[in-house]
Structure formats: structure tokens, C-alpha cells
Design a protein around this ligand. Structure first.
Ligand code: DGL
Length: 269
């Protein structure tokens, strides 16, 4: 059984609009096995990817406020959409609270492609963001980059049935565009998508390489955590909380991550 860290024990606060950030949480657990982790899924307000920048900032700051209040000494924004729109607002609000975000790994994708054609699957709001535009301008000027917004995918993943036919049809539709463009590398620019990586790989075919950067984000978080010089008190539990129905979060943590004893509860934020 995974013990739960009590309120105010130094921990790392992690959030996403929903279950997607579990993919980052898993990488964090591997990098920082002795550190208490608190995860908050903003399930009641997911998905963020079809919302305005103002909405995403407002929700991200409210969720971060909760993590800050319960003793997280740093935050990991396990959501590309929230990182693109809200990290700056968080840093302005808490200038001394380290915040690590996740962004589509355009630079590693450019390094990986052999034919110079890259696909990016991400939410509509990530692709529309100024930050994404900057990333592409900085790193992808010498390649052909096809940005594929994937509305609806997060909503279906949030339902928890990763094998549904409806989800498969949507994956096929978005991947068909990328296949037609002849990409050899596809970037998963939303933390929900690695949960259905096998389905995306099947739709794109074996010749296409999938990239995600959850491990790199966890390594960055480890560097920040180590800078605190804290000695964890032997209680390295994981707290899972949701602003909505906690059942899908608990289900996926148990099924997809194999954390059989973990429980999730509902909180207001
Ligand atoms: N996991 C979030 C991301 O990485 C999904 C955003 C959404 O809620 O649409 O972008």
C-alpha cells in the first residue's frame, strides 16, 4: 500500500486538466522514488484544450493555489496546454516557487527526423498558443512541420475506456492526415496521448517514430528538487485528487500505471 503524505510535508505538486498528467507522474516516481507527490486533476473543468487562454490561466492558477497551500515546494505542470498559456501567470503569482512545465519537444523531433517531415499532435489551444509559435520558429525552420489539433481525444480518454471504438475512429482520422503528409516522426504534444500510444502507433504504422518528453520533464524536476537539499522523511506516498469524479483517475492509475493500491479523492479548487 502506498502511504499518503500528510498535509504540509514537503512534496512536489503536479497537475493536469485530468488524467493525462499521470504519464508525467509515472516518470517523476521513477526519477524521485523517495519524494512525496501530490497530483491534482482538474477533472471538473477538463478539457482545457478547447478553452480560451483566460480560462486556462484562471483554472491553472486556482489548481496551483491548492497545491501551494497544502505544502508543495515546487510545481510540475503536467499539461502542455496549461504550460503554454499559464506558466508565466504562475511564476508572476509565486516568484519564489519553482515551476517546471512541459512543452512539445519540437527540438528533439527535428533532431530525430530522417526525411524532414514531422507531425505534432496536440490540443487546439496548445497549437494556437504564442509559445508554440515561438518553439516552431526557433527550432523547425528547416523541416516541414504539420501541426494536428486533436479535439475530442482528451474527452474520450477522460472517460477511461482507452479501448473504445469511438476513440479508435478519432485516432485514425487525425493520424490519416499525418500519414498522408508522409511524416516519419510524430510528437505527442499532450500528456494524455501517451496513454493511447499503442493505438496511435498502430494508426500511423511502424515506420513512424513517436516521441514524448515526460522523462525529460521528470529529470528537470529532479534537478530542481535536489536544489532544495531536502531529506524526505521516509513517507514517499502519492496523493491523487480530482476536482470532479475521482473514479477515472483512480482507475487509470491502477490499470495503466499498475499502482494497485492507490486511491483518489475529490477536492474543491
Ligand atoms: N494533458 C493536457 C495537455 O498536455 C490536455 C489538455 C486538455 O485538457 O485538453 O495538453
Amino acid at each position: 500500500m502506498l502511504p499518503s503524505p500528510a498535509t504540509r510535508i514537503p512534496s512536489i505538486g503536479v497537475f493536469d486538466s485530468g488524467v493525462g498528467g499521470l504519464t508525467v507522474l509515472k516518470a517523476l516516481r521513477e526519477q524521485l522514488p523517495g519524494v512525496p507527490l501530490r497530483y491534482l486533476a482538474d477533472t471538473a473543468h477538463a478539457p482545457y484544450g478547447d478553452r480560451s487562454s483566460e480560462y486556462i490561466i484562471d483554472r491553472s492558477v486556482k489548481v496551483a493555489e491548492h497545491l501551494h497551500r497544502v505544502g508543495a515546494v515546487m510545481a510540475v505542470v503536467a499539461c502542455n496546454t496549461a504550460t503554454a498559456h499559464a506558466v508565466q501567470a504562475m511564476r508572476e503569482r509565486w516568484p519564489h516557487w519553482p515551476v517546471v512545465g512541459i512543452e512539445p519537444g519540437v527540438k528533439p523531433a527535428v533532431a530525430a527526423t530522417r526525411n524532414g517531415r514531422i507531425g505534432v499532435m496536440a490540443t487546439t489551444a496548445t497549437i494556437a498558443s504564442r509559445r508554440y509559435e515561438q518553439l516552431v520558429a526557433a527550432h523547425a525552420s528547416d523541416v516541414e512541420l504539420i501541426s494536428q489539433p486533436c479535439p475530442g481525444l482528451v474527452t474520450l480518454i477522460e472517460r477511461g475506456d482507452l479501448r473504445s471504438a469511438e476513440l479508435g475512429e478519432l485516432v485514425d482520422r487525425y493520424c490519416a492526415t499525418l500519414r498522408a503528409a508522409g511524416v516519419d516522426t510524430v510528437l505527442l504534444g499532450c500528456t494524455h496521448y501517451p496513454l493511447i500510444q499503442a493505438r496511435i502507433q498502430a494508426a500511423l504504422g511502424d515506420g513512424v517514430r513517436l516521441l514524448n518528453i515526460e522523462d525529460a520533464v521528470a529529470r528537470q524536476a529532479r534537478r530542481v528538487w535536489e536544489g532544495f537539499g531536502l531529506t524526505p522523511g521516509g513517507d514517499a506516498g502519492i496523493v491523487l485528487e480530482s476536482t470532479g469524479d475521482p473514479a477515472p483517475l483512480q482507475h487509470l492509475a491502477r490499470e495503466a500505471l499498475g499502482w494497485r493500491d492507490v486511491t483518489a479523492s475529490r477536492v474543491a479548487a
